[in-house]
Design a protein around this ligand. Structure first.
Ligand SMILES: C[S@@+](CC[C@H](N)C(=O)[O-])C[C@H]1O[C@@H](n2cnc3c(N)ncnc32)[C@H](O)[C@@H]1O
Length: 205
C-alpha cells in the first residue's frame, strides 16, 4: 500500500495541488472566518499542518499582524512549490507523525489532512502539547468522515488506509486531548455531500 506522502508527492508532480487549492478554497475561507477577530488584530503566528503547496500559509502571511507563518508537509515536491512561490514564510518537509518540531503558534490550521494519519490521536496530542500556545486556537477541516457517505470510497480509490471516524468520535478525541470550547461546522454541504467537517477548538490551560 502507498503512503499518503508518496501519493501527494506524485499529485504535486502532476500539478494536482492547484486543483486542491481551488476545491478547498470555499471551506478554507469559511474556516478562516472562525478565527476570533481579536486574535487577528494583535500580533499572531500561524502554522498549517499538511500545507500542500503552501497557499493558505501565504494567504495568512499577507495579514499585517502575522509575525510568523509556517507550513509543514511530508511531500518534497509540495514543499518545493511552496518555497518557490512564497519566500517570506517558512516551510519544512516533515512526516507529521514522526516530527519532533516544537515551535509554538497562536493559530494551528489544517485542511484535508487528519484522516491520512495512521494515528490522528497521537497528532492531536502532539499539537496540543508542543505546537499550540496557551490561549491559541486550532481549526481543522476534513471531507472524509463516517457521515459523509460519498467520501467513503476514497480509501479504496486512492489505495490508501484512511481513518474513517464519525463526528462524535472526532469530538471526543478533541475533548480527551484537553481542547476546550470545541465547536463543529459543516461547510459546502449539498445533495449527496455532507460538506467539509470543521472543528474549532482552543487551548485554555
Ligand atoms: C489533501 S492534501 C491537502 C493539502 C492542503 N492542506 C490543501 O488544502 O491544499 C493532504 C496533504 O497532507 C500531506 N500529508 C499527509 N500525511 C502526511 C504526513 N504524515 N506528514 C506530512 N504531511 C502529510 C500530504 O503530503 C498532502 O500535501
Amino acid at each position: 500500500m502507498k503512503t499518503a506522502i508518496e501519493t501527494f508527492n506524485n499529485w504535486a508532480h502532476k500539478n494536482k495541488d492547484k486543483g486542491m487549492e481551488k476545491n478547498h478554497s470555499y471551506s478554507v475561507n469559511k474556516m478562516l472566518e472562525l478565527i476570533p477577530p481579536k486574535m487577528l488584530s494583535d500580533d499572531f503566528s500561524f502554522i498549517d499542518i499538511g500545507c500542500g503547496n503552501g497557499w493558505v500559509v501565504k494567504k495568512m502571511r499577507d495579514y499585517i499582524n502575522c509575525t510568523k507563518s509556517v507550513g509543514i508537509d511530508g511531500a518534497e515536491k509540495m514543499i518545493e512549490k511552496a518555497i518557490k512561490r512564497d519566500k517570506q514564510s517558512h516551510y519544512y518537509q516533515l512526516d507529521i507523525e514522526k516530527m519532533d518540531y516544537k515551535d509554538q503558534f497562536d493559530i494551528v490550521f489544517s485542511m484535508e489532512v487528519f484522516y491520512y494519519f495512521k494515528d490522528p490521536i497521537y497528532v492531536l496530542n502532539y499539537i496540543y502539547k508542543n505546537i499550540l500556545k496557551k490561549g491559541g486556537c486550532m481549526l481543522f477541516g476534513i471531507d472524509h468522515y463516517l457521515e459523509n457517505k460519498d467520501s467513503l470510497s476514497w480509501g479504496k480509490d486512492l489505495e490508501l488506509g484512511l481513518q474513517t471516524l464519525s463526528i462524535d468520535m472526532w469530538e471526543s478525541n478533541l475533548l480527551n486531548t484537553g481542547f476546550k470550547n470545541i465547536q463543529s461546522y459543516k461547510f459546502g454541504a449539498k445533495e449527496n455531500w455532507s460538506g467539509t467537517l470543521v472543528f474549532y477548538c482552543e487551548k485554555i490551560d
